[in-house]
Write a protein that binds this ligand. Structure first.
Ligand code: VGL
Ligand code: ZN
Length: 219
């Protein structure tokens, strides 16, 4: 028999807030480049910010991820002569979509949306920092083997249940959710607080793939 979950009650600005201690909110890539006016703008991307800030109060642990590429990253079309954004190429680790330059380390585009409550973050995990490998997932780079360290962080905190929100539904949210489910976490994706890119049916494929992997997809 497992341990009974303990619910902690907090008072915050006079409001009682219930936070389950073994649950984390994983906020994927709510960065300027994925919002309106950004280099890789996800339609309506900034619409998720207010709701994400609100829902943070329900979680004892909040993790933010940040796409964080060095200039000249191998996922950028501009790094491959004769290639255009959204072309597909073969990389040593498999197929890779080429993107406009985005989320370059320390650029304005790589910063979190100004209204995101990043002060609430317990952990900020940066990914896509290896110049040669992209990283959609918050858990593994696109080679599917190099870990980011997030799994160890969550396990050592005793966290088993994850809710994922953010950008983009069909890329970084999808890869993160599927990896988390495969690692044995209980994973929920709240679609109200996600927005997608939808390249050639990628959104429908992602929704089907997440459900297939055992992710609870709702909202
Ligand atoms: C993402 C494409 C490239 C994402 C990141 O956050 O979904 N998509 N880099
Ligand atoms: Zn990226």
């Amino acid at each position: 028999m497992g341990l009974l979950p303990i619910i902690l009650k907090y008072e915050w600005e006079g409001l009682p807030v219930t936070r389950a201690p073994n649950e984390a909110l994983i906020v994927i890539d709510v960065q300027n480049d994925f919002c309106s006016g950004g280099a890789l703008a996800v339609p309506d991307g900034e619409a998720v910010v207010a709701g994400i800030n609100t829902v943070m109060d329900e979680f004892s642990c909040v993790v933010l991820t940040q796409d964080w590429h060095p200039a000249g990253h191998s996922s950028f079309a501009s790094s491959h002569g004769g290639r255009a954004p959204y072309d597909l190429i073969d990389m040593p680790y498999g197929a890779q979509v080429l993107w406009p330059d985005h989320c370059v380390q320390a650029s304005r585009g790589g910063a979190f949306h100004a209204d995101l409550n990043d002060a609430r973050a317990d952990l900020i995990i940066r990914k896509g920092t290896n110049p040669l490998i992209d990283s959609y997932s918050a858990f593994f780079e696109n080679d599917k083997t190099t870990p980011t360290g997030l799994e160890g962080y969550l396990r050592t905190r005793g966290i088993q249940k994850l809710t994922m929100v953010g950008l983009a539904t069909d890329f970084c949210v999808n890869f993160s959710a599927v990896d988390a489910a495969r690692l044995g976490f209980d994973v929920r994706v709240d679609l109200d607080l996600c927005r997608g890119i939808d390249l050639d049916g990628s959104l429908a494929a992602a929704l089907a793939g997440m459900k297939e992997a055992g992710v609870q997809v709702d909202g």
